[in-house]
Design a protein around this ligand. Sequence first.
Ligand code: NAD
Length: 369
Amino acid sequence: MNPLHLFSRRKFIRTISTVAGALAWGPSISALAACSQKPGNKLGIALVGLGGYSKGQLAPALQQTEHCYLAGLVSGSPQKAKDWAKQYNVPEKNIYNYQNFDEIKNNPDIDIVYVVLPVAMHKEYTIRAAQASKHVICEKPMALNAHDCQEMIDACKKANKMLSIGYRLHFDPRHQEVMRLGQKEELGKLTAFEAANGFTWGNNTTWRLKKALAGGGSLMDMGVYTIQAARYTFGKEPIAVTARQEKTRPAIFSEVDETVYFDLEFPGGVIAHCKSSYNNNWSSMKATAERGTFELAPAYGYDGLQGKVNQKPMPFPPINQQAAQMDDFAQCVALNKLTRVAGDEGFKDMKVIDAIYRSLDNNGRRETI
Ligand code: NAD
């Protein structure tokens, strides 16, 4: 079977380089055969955790995807699962709960499990999914710490399954442009970088405020995007960090951080000044290079992102980031090609986050990564 038949004409041009790469790799016959058995050649995705992100973004995006579809649901609430199944036309046999989740192994409709649970549950469900012989997308932040990330990577490798992290911004053309400008040094070498991400927390109480479930606060939830932005703008790994934090509402943020200021030291000595917050509406990144600047603001939302290069607007059209992200992973699975947001991306971010928390614990001491 010619793998190009898997693509619509519309997507052909956009994915030609992907396909060329895949052909060079040689897609496995079994992967392509499995793909051809799916309705419309789409791979089946099961969402694990039907909370805010699944409901507001992923399930709607799966109505727009070309290479995958919403095939299964995993929920602790039978009524919620039933309602979702009705809304999205998911057969009852493809509904699981957290107890019988492992039986998903026997369900050929499901190719990919997408873990959309509180952070502390990412490791368990990623490993169980891999052991059930499913490819995995795991939401950010990948896990509670880098050690757990490594276990997840190892489990997927052992099961010979692909692992991807839900880093949707890698599929937004504005962030791709930032990567290109920074990594190719289009405006010369980077001389400065700053990034901020946050929102103002109300008074609601959720797992995000519980250290055992969230691992941390704004740094884990929002700061991870600024770490990503710094890493993919420089195209290098930071070597050390310093950090400090601020709490204006210690009663609400008794277990997790509220606002964190952290500096990432890159090889060559350029510092990325980053900050995350549950007390400020921030969404920006700006890189200064020898011959100008490039920046995004808002930078990290689902839509409405605006970019400028030397003050001139970036020309890119809107995109459904989540649909692009899931379609890309489905193509990686179908064509046996590496995902650009593999588990290693999450692992590297968590190594930085671990070092930032060590710095906070040690009064802002410089911590190597
Ligand atoms: P949420 O609180 O809205 O949903 C969490 C889901 O997990 C709920 O369905 C809940 O019932 C279920 N759950 C199972 N066991 C639970 C437990 N012990 N405690 C609490 N909930 C439990 O959260 P969310 O906003 O959907 O976030 C889920 C994951 O998605 C997180 O990792 C988050 O960081 C990530 N996320 C990513 C993005 C993104 O842009 N990539 C956006 C939002 C959330």
